[in-house]
Design a protein around this ligand. Sequence first.
Ligand code: GAP
Length: 517
Amino acid sequence: MDTIVSLAKRRGIIFQSSEIYGGLNGFFDYGPLGAEIKRNIRSAWWNDMVHRRDDIVGIETSIIMHPRVWEASGHVEGFTDPMVDCKVSKQRYRADQLFFAEAIVTPEDATDGKPTSEGSVFTYPDLYPSTPETIGYVSALETDDITGELHRRAQELKRKRGARGTLAPLVVKDITEARAEEIPLIPSPATGEAGSLTPPRAFNLMFQTHVGALRDESAVAYLRPETAQGMFVDFKSVVDTGRVKLPFGIAQIGKSFRNEITPRNYIFRSREFEQMEMEYFIHPDADWFACHEEWLNWCQDWLVSIGIPREQLSLFEHPKEKLAFYSRRTVDIMFRYPFGVQELWGIAARSDYDLKQHAKFSGKPLEIFDEATKSKFVPHVIEPAVGVDRILLAVLCSAYYEDEIEGEKRSVLRFHPRIAPYKVAVFPLLKNKPPLVERAQTLYKALKRKYNVFYDESGAIGRRYRRQDEIGTPWCVTIDFDTIEKDGTFTLRDRDSLRQERMTEAGLFAMLDERLG
Ligand code: GAP
């Protein structure tokens, strides 16, 4: 992960927000290349989700909505994460990310390498426990191998205590599952000492603000924690004005804000992030499961279409007993990030809950009138919801590649052409030959009208190629003497295959149209 973080900083992709003031935890800025990549992810999604389909329309709703929206949606009451404080270090942890286990020593394997007598494993009953014995508790913050980590800590504890016998297999739990009497026994991850952790408490993740000049309760409003509610609240306006017919979707891209207790893993979990969500409305009698499956496949195919390798994706089906009462099914598309396999995209079957809640709280019916049966009903919804920042991180992690060309190390960002910040780089072979420079400039300006293109005339061609490889430019064009003296063709070099071919300007435009379309 460190390689990706330093690469992103070095190349102007991602910066810590307010860095000159020491940064602000959970907030990030996108530099010149990052802003382009992000924009390309958004455009690819919008084109494929909205423009290229007949059944989906796009909207943009405000970040601050009527506070009743969040009462209706359940966020004011229930959008919480359980948190635990360490009273000594003043650190705060998400309770479901703080794991613990009771370290118990059993006598069973006390024979291992020790003298025994027939019929009894205990030659030295004073030294070895005759019954399982708790030697203390161990804790650790979530890692890829939390069981392994806790086991290491339990062994260390056993060594420190000078305990004999064998550690029993650990039963790993998160601290929300701890009994009240266990809390004072669990060490704080900050101090390593027990006794300073508070019991888990619900912490609301919504950012509050005030609208207008008053600062009292009546002026309280929230920064939206998801874009989805905008689609439900505007449902009637879209139906009344958009000439949509079931099944249809409403899509939106926009910023969301969550006061995450432990923002971490770089831009994976931040406090300000961007979502791309789509609510797909279906008839209550429609085959919701088939529709859910369709969207699950669509989303995976889309990720692959922008260059994320299918083998780095997997699915996580939320257990039925952990689903919200209104949810029929939620499946997450997971990506293998360097810090572990984590949620990238959630696809939820949310029944008619949201529309019904807003109808109840607003007093306005949110229904569809069916001409055929002359009846009204509330549609059900399938919701694919993804974060732009998480896609960008997945794209970055899977694009980074190192190889060797002619004994020289090359680092490459193998972005899909649709996602690459620059599509083409144009070079004159030599910068001190005006006809080469002029031709290169003309081509550069022609390409620039349609695409984001880079012009570079400094250094040897090999170095210029390397610079483009490092920022993920898929193609480089070199204007040479044949271009101006012979047939006008130039060299087109491919970043991944390293193949070079002669190409005309018309051929280049046609190829770009096809590959970037
Ligand atoms: N409307 C449903 C909803 O918002 P979610 O699973 O909470 O569901 C959807 O969020 C997606 O938004 C996630 O799969 C993830 O990609 C992204 N996301 C959620 N919280 C995030 C955070 N703190 N930082 C970055 N991305 C986040």
